[in-house]
Design a protein around this ligand. Sequence first.
Ligand code: CMP
Length: 141
Amino acid sequence: MALERTLSIIKPDAVQKNVIGRILMRFEASGLKIVAARMTRLSRAEAEGFYAVHRGRPFYRDLVEFMTSGPVLVQVLEGEGAIAKNRELMGATDPKQAAKDTIRAEFATTIDANAVHGSDSADTARTEIDFFFKPGEIFTR
Ligand code: CMP
């Protein structure tokens, strides 16, 4: 398996629930390293830009609304097969479909307030990491 990086966001609902640490612990326990992290509140323009691929979808407006509703923690995770591993840890997008013991099964409430975001492919991961971090802000150990 290849050493990969993926972008992860702890969304406003999970930050509000005070479960940042419990989510980060899952990443580390699975062998992923947090090589960059920042707390921020997305502007409307940032949320629209980040989710531009979903523009025109019926849920786009609510998604942007939700993602700008409070602070988020954005991080880069690094490890063998990091993209798939993070998606496995997160569980299905809709928490009702998420497998037991996944982050979304435990912490998410609705498909919008679904606790975390994770890149879905190597191409997306590169674009999403570049969206939030400069190369000098990522620290491989
Ligand atoms: P995320 O992984 O952040 O990527 C896009 C987000 O849109 C997704 O998680 C959900 O929170 C939200 N969303 C709302 N409705 C849908 C839907 N029907 N399909 C996919 N994503 C949706």
